[in-house]
Write a protein that binds this ligand. Structure first.
Ligand code: MRU
Length: 346
């Protein structure tokens, strides 16, 4: 748990600003609900579990101003509208609402901070349990193939995407800690380059890894140079269809064609039994400037954004895609590892 992605001190929240990572590691102070809503929209905080905890703290910030029923409803609506796909956001807000609304208005503010703390702590514990279940799978693969295990991931489903440990990276950290040789193929994850965050995390934790272009994944799988694919999730529908960062589906297809196991690692809060299948998952479409621009470090050490193409260029920028359940070998949760069709019975 090398990174502190979110922390609260009394009635103020400190976040690690992920819009400038890994070029610069800077915290930002969040003191109002609107600032937290903007931090979620702009992806200063990102990753489904971290977005959930951030929204919970955002609500606590709002309730410092007004704890009435009307305010509670309005604050929930503001936070709900920040990002549509990661269900942890909606899960955390529903949990906060259910806990706070029956309380007297005078008790709501302090209770909100405490409940947000519990959501944060539960996420850290869930990720550690996911790590242990995933570790058993890595051990089994090591026994079958010998080491080092070649794991491929996509996006960032590490400590930076959660309140600690990560989901897809937790088993990798535990394997590394246990002395099991493991190497991670990290895809860049255009356009927001969350793979660079994964590379930075793995570097900081001294886990062997190699960064590659997103388009290299099929080639590596076809060449037999990958033993397992492990990714996070933003929403898992009742039938096991899984929304995750755009590009995940292509990796699942290539893994299936190569006969390589494809695992999704996610806390139970990412499972949305009210959504029957992947077609019902709302897919966020983000601003085209994410593709038109690139951010980097200049020779003087400062960061800068540059245009890669004319501002008038038409762009399609879906942030997520859906991997059908039949391409998923197993879903690793804090309750155990399940086949996609087993979710409704747990
Ligand atoms: O758009 P992002 O960066 O919030 O998307 C993050 C992902 O897609 C992650 O893979 C997912 O949230 C799992 S995080 C443990």
């Amino acid at each position: 748990m090398l990174f502190e992605t979110i922390r609260r001190d009394a009635h103020c929240v400190t976040i690690l600003d992920q819009t400038i990572l890994p070029l610069a590691w800077q915290n930002a102070q969040i003191t109002t609900l609107e600032q937290m809503a903007q931090a979620i929209r702009s992806m200063q905080v990102r990753g489904a579990p971290l977005i959930g905890a951030s929204a919970a703290y955002g609500l606590a910030l709002g309730l410092l101003e007004d704890t009435s029923d009307t305010a509670l409803t309005q604050y929930l609506a503001t936070l709900e509208s920040t990002r549509p796909t990661a269900v942890n956001l909606h899960w955390a807000l529903a949990r906060m609402d259910a806990f706070l609304r029956p309380l007297p208005v005078s008790a709501r503010s302090e209770a909100a901070w405490q409940e947000a703390d519990r959501i944060r702590e539960a996420d850290i514990a869930a990720n550690h349990a996911i790590g242990k279940y995933g570790l058993s799978l890595i051990k089994a693969l090591t026994a079958k193939h010998g080491g080092p295990i070649q794991a491929m991931t996509h996006c960032n489903a590490g400590a930076l995407a959660t309140c600690g440990w990560g989901t897809a990276l937790a088993p990798i950290y535990l394997a590394h800690e246990a002395g099991i040789p493991i190497h991670v193929w990290v895809s860049e994850t255009r356009p927001r380059n969350q793979g660079l965050l994964t590379a930075a995390e793995l570097t900081a934790n001294e886990v062997p890894h190699t960064l590659m272009a997103d388009n290299a994944a099929g080639f590596l799988l076809q060449e037999g140079r990958v033993d397992m694919v492990i990714v996070g999730a933003d929403r898992i529908a009742a039938n096991g269809d899984t929304a995750n960062k755009v590009g995940t589906y292509l990796k699942a297809l290539a893994a299936h064609a190569a006969g390589v196991p494809f695992y999704v690692a996610a806390p139970w809060s990412t499972i949305d039994l009210a959504t029957p299948n992947g077609r019902a998952i709302p897919i966020e479409e983000r601003n085209g400037n994410e593709l038109r621009h690139a951010t980097g470090k200049l020779a003087d050490g400062s960061t800068a954004q540059v245009a890669c193409i004319d501002a008038a260029e038409t762009v399609f920028n879906p942030a997520f895609d859906v991997t059908p359940a039949e391409l998923i070998t197993g879903i690793i949760t804090e309750r155990g590892v399940f086949a996609p069709h087993q979710l409704t019975s747990h």
